[in-house]
Design a protein around this ligand. Structure first.
Ligand SMILES: Cc1cc2nc3c(=O)[nH]c(=O)nc-3n(C[C@H](O)[C@H](O)[C@H](O)COP(=O)(O)OP(=O)(O)OC[C@H]3O[C@@H](n4cnc5c(N)ncnc54)[C@H](O)[C@@H]3O)c2cc1C
Length: 382
């Protein structure tokens, strides 16, 4: 198993629960913030099945009560998780969340090997993986290395990109909030994600347990310069032109000193599995963060792939192929929902929005109209 994000940890835990011997190869994480903080309520039953719901619930993440969006019109629409059968989600401390899942895997008997898989070769019915100069032999390999699908590509699978979205991101102080989940804001809407479309793409903000706000300007990689988002000053000026995102910042917030440009594109790995290997999480299918479903998908594909490997080990020759087919189905559905979501914004004829109105161009693009889910609420599970 390579990669100890949510997908790798979920697969490792599920395999360990079924009695498999698992080695989880994962590099020691550098300190600091990690992207991907809004965990939809629909993740709860997955966490429960993994046996980690209580652990996550007491890890000091912030409650996440719903979404606010100005998309397709200037005014805000609210979508609350009050109707969700699962209750609220969480605004996560991602490092803590990922570490907690890996700790649960260790507790279940998974062996942790710090480092990265640098080489992978097939030898008969086994794989040989090189980790920090040493060799590990295993009958199965799980690629949980994230959107670059490093191991799947070594088996001959290819990455298919639907777009090249990036999130130009800053962390800003969120005075009056934070401290291990003990939010002090009176206004519960502060515990929501906020999204606002704009001519260059869209803005997003959410509170973090650290007492900060994550604020992102999301656009296509080739449009960052034109949108003036390359420098903190340009980014800040663009934020000043937003109607709702800027208004959520505490008074006297100063421009960020630095920005991080994060890849946020939609892609998938073709195929997502083959004889003796499976890709899970972003390594199987990475989805536009407009839907906030990446972590949920990482958990569910990790669990489904682990079940497929267990079935295969018990003699079901079709299990791995079925898993690859499920990934394709789910990804295709996602592309339909994403296309419908972007089509609901028609106020601007700028490159970002015109590209998303183009007719389908390839086998991975949706060929029919789906139901418009709207941004972020699509993933709320409620
Ligand atoms: C800008 C942005 C915003 C997002 N916002 C949200 C959100 O609000 N909600 C949400 O649900 N999702 C969000 N996502 C998506 C979410 O973060 C991902 O879907 C999720 O992290 C995928 O989990 P994963 O385990 O597949 O991969 P990752 O979390 O990427 O983990 C992969 C791990 O593999 C390790 N690795 C890499 N190569 C190797 C190797 N060779 N050997 C061993 N280990 C290796 C890496 O160090 C990494 O830790 C967002 C993504 C982006 C880019």
């Amino acid at each position: 198993m390579a990669g100890g994000g949510p997908a790798g940890a979920a697969a490792a835990l599920t395999l360990a629960h079924s009695g498999a011997e698992v080695v989880l190869v994962h590099p020691d994480a550098p300190p600091g913030w990690r992207v991907g903080e809004s965990l939809a309520p629909s993740a709860r039953p997955l966490l429960e099945r993994l046996g980690v719901l209580d652990r996550v619930g007491t890890d000091g993440h912030l409650p996440y009560y719903g979404n606010r969006s100005a998309w397709g019109r200037a005014t805000l629409t609210a979508s609350d998780f009050v109707r969700s059968p699962y209750g609220p989600g969480w605004h996560l401390d991602r490092r803590r969340f990922d570490a907690s899942l890996r700790a649960a895997a260790r507790d279940a008997g998974v062996r942790h090997r710090p480092g990265s898989v640098t080489h992978l070769t097939r030898a008969g019915n086994h794989w040989r993986a090189t980790v920090s100069g040493a060799e590990i032999t295993a009958p199965y390999v799980v690629d949980a290395t994230g959107a670059r699908a490093r191991l799947a590509r070594r088996t001959g699978a290819r990455l298919v990109h639907t777009d090249h979205l990036v999130a130009v991101t800053a962390l800003l102080p969120n005075t009056g909030q934070g401290g291990g989940g003990s939010a002090t804001h009176e206004n519960a809407t502060e515990h929501t994600s906020l999204i606002e479309s704009t001519p260059f793409g869209w803005w997003y903000t959410a509170p973090l347990p650290s007492g900060q706000l994550v604020v992102m300007a999301v656009t296509d990689a080739d449009l960052v310069r034109e949108a003036g988002l390359r420098t903190p000053d340009g980014w800040w000026a663009a934020l000043g032109r937003s109607r709702h995102i800027g208004a959520r910042l505490p008074a006297r917030t100063r421009p960020p000193e630095r920005l991080a440009v994060l890849r946020a594109g939609t892609s998938r790995t073709l195929p997502a599995a083959g004889p003796g290997w499976v890709a899970v999480g972003d390594a199987a299918t990475a989805t536009d963060p407009v839907a906030a479903r990446g972590i949920t998908s990482a958990l569910s594909t990790g669990m489904a792939a682990a079940d497929a490997l267990t079935a295969n080990a018990r003699g079901d020759d079709e299990a791995i192929r079925r898993y690859a087919g499920q990934v394709t189905e789910v990804h295709t559905e996602f592309l339909h929902a994403r296309a419908a979501c972007y089509r609901t914004e028609r106020r601007w004829d700028t490159p970002f929005w015109l590209r998303r109105r183009r007719p389908p161009s390839g086998p991975d693009e949706p060929h029919r109209r789906g139901t418009a889910p709207g941004p972020r609420p699509a993933a709320d599970g409620g």
